[in-house]
Design a protein around this ligand. Structure first.
Ligand code: PLP
Length: 349
C-alpha cells in the first residue's frame, strides 16, 4: 500500500488505540490553570483576539529576553516552519538540513522546488556541523537544525551550534533552529539560540506549547527572529488572524503554571526511564533520548511492525534511518508504556 494510504488507515485506527504513542503528544496536559483560562476565554469568543495576542506577545518577549518586535505568534510552530520555508524558497535555492530530521519545513521547502542538501547525523547522533557548513553555498537560503533532534531525541552541543550559527547566519542564509523539545533538557536557558538573535544574527528559533505544555491540539507556538524577518512574514500573512483566543489565553496561563511544567518534565523523564529499562530487558539497543520520545532499531520490516502494533492497540511510528527501520515511541503514561512494552515483546521478541 502506498505510504499515504496506510497512514490514513492508521489515523482511522486512532480512536481504537489503547496507547497513543505516535505523535509526541503529552498525556498530562493541558495544565489545570490553562483549562480554566480556556473556559473563561470562550465566554469572550464573540470578540477578536487582538488584545489577548498582544498580551501573549508581551509575555513571550519578556520570557525570551527580547523586544516584542522579535516575536511571531503562530497557531503551532508548524506554522512558523512552513511560513519560513515559503518565504525563503519562493525564488528557488537550496536548504541544508540533517538526515534524519523533522520533515515539516523540509517538505514545504521541497514543494517550493528547493533542493534539500542532506547531511547525515554523526555516529553520536549530533548534527554534523562541519559537514553542514561545507554544504552551504551561495544558493543556500536556509539551514534547518532541530535541537534536540526529532526523530532521534539527541542533542547537538550548544557551544558548537552557537559558533556554527555565528559563522553561517548571514543576510543571504538564515539558520532556523527548531527548539520544540528544548524544555525537556535540564538547562534550556543555556541551550537556546535566542541570545544570538539579540546579537543581530539572522537566526530564527521556533518554540511550541504542544510538548511540555501539553497543548498540541490547541495549536499555539511562536518564532523568535530579527524584527526585519517578522516584517517580511507580516507583509504576506496577517499572523494574528490565524490565532484563537482560547489557545492564546490558555498559553498565558500555562506559562505561569510552573508547577505543571515541572510535573510534565518529571513524568516524561520517568517514562523515559521506564521505557529504557523495559527495552534493555527485551534486548533492544535504544538511542539515549533527552526528549519525550525514543528510537530503537527493529529487526522486522517497518510496515508489518506498525500493523502488528496497531492491531494490539499501540500506536507508534517507524522511521527509516540510514537504511534500517527504527521504531519511534512517544512517552505516555506508565500504563501506556507498559502496554507498549508488552505489545513489543509479543510482536518482536
Ligand atoms: N518541530 C518539531 C521538532 C516537532 O517534533 C513538532 C511536532 O511534533 C513540531 C515542530 C510541530 O509542532 P506544533 O506545530 O504542534 O507546534
Amino acid at each position: 500500500m502506498p505510504s499515504l494510504q496506510w497512514e490514513k488507515a492508521h489515523v482511522a485506527a486512532l480512536p481504537q488505540l489503547k496507547a497513543r504513542l505516535l505523535a509526541n503528544e503529552n498525556p498530562w496536559g493541558p495544565s489545570p490553570n490553562a483549562r480554566l483560562a480556556i473556559m473563561e476565554a470562550a465566554k469572550g469568543g464573540n470578540r477578536y483576539q487582538h488584545e489577548a495576542s498582544a498580551q501573549l506577545k508581551t509575555m513571550v518577549a519578556k520570557f525570551e529576553g527580547v523586544s516584542e518586535d522579535h516575536i511571531l505568534l503562530a497557531p503551532g510552530s508548524s506554522d512558523v516552519l512552513e511560513k519560513m520555508a515559503i518565504l525563503h524558497f519562493m525564488r528557488g535555492g537550496n536548504l541544508v538540513a540533517a538526515d534524519p530530521a523533522y520533515m515539516s519545513l523540509i517538505v514545504t521547502a521541497m514543494s517550493m522546488q528547493a533542493e534539500w542538501k542532506k547531511v547525515r547525523l554523526t555516529d553520536s547522533w549530533a548534527h554534523d556541523l562541519e559537514g553542514m557548513a561545507k554544504a552551504v553555498d551561495k544558493d543556500t537560503k536556509l539551514v534547518y537544525i532541530c535541537n534536540p533532534n526529532n526523530p532521534t531525541g539527541t542533542l547537538t552541543p550548544a557551544d558548537e551550534l552557537r559558533s556554527f550559527c555565528r559563522n553561517i547566519a548571514s543576510e543571504q542564509t538564515t539558520v532556523f533552529v527548531d527548539e520544540a523539545y528544548l524544555e525537556f533538557l535540564p538547562n534550556p536557558k543555556e541551550q537556546t539560540m535566542v541570545p544570538l538573535i539579540k546579537e543581530g544574527k539572522n537566526v530564527v528559533v521556533a518554540r511550541t506549547f504542544s510538548k511540555v505544555h501539553g497543548m498540541a491540539g490547541l495549536r499555539i507556538g511562536y518564532g523568535v527572529m530579527l524584527p526585519g524577518m517578522v516584517e517580511k512574514i507580516e507583509a504576506i500573512w496577517r499572523s494574528n488572524m490565524s490565532l484563537c483566543k482560547t489557545s492564546v489565553m490558555g498559553a498565558m496561563a500555562s506559562m505561569e503554571d510552573h508547577d505543571f511544567q515541572a510535573k510534565s518534565i518529571a513524568a516524561t523523564a520517568a517514562a523515559r526511564e521506564q521505557t529504557a529499562a523495559g527495552l534493555k530487558k527485551l534486548g533492544f539497543h535504544y538511542v539515549p533520548s533527552l526528549t519525550s520520545f525514543m528510537i530503537f532499531p527493529i529487526a522486522m520490516e517497518g510496515k508489518s511492525f506498525l500493523d502488528a502494533m496497531f492491531a494490539k492497540g499501540v500506536g507508534v511510528r517507524v522511521f527509516n534511518v540510514f537504511g534500517k527501520d527504527y521504531c519511534r515511541v512517544s512517552m505516555g503514561t506508565p500504563e501506556e508504556m507498559d502496554l507498549f512494552l508488552t505489545a513489543l515483546e509479543e510482536v518482536l521478541v
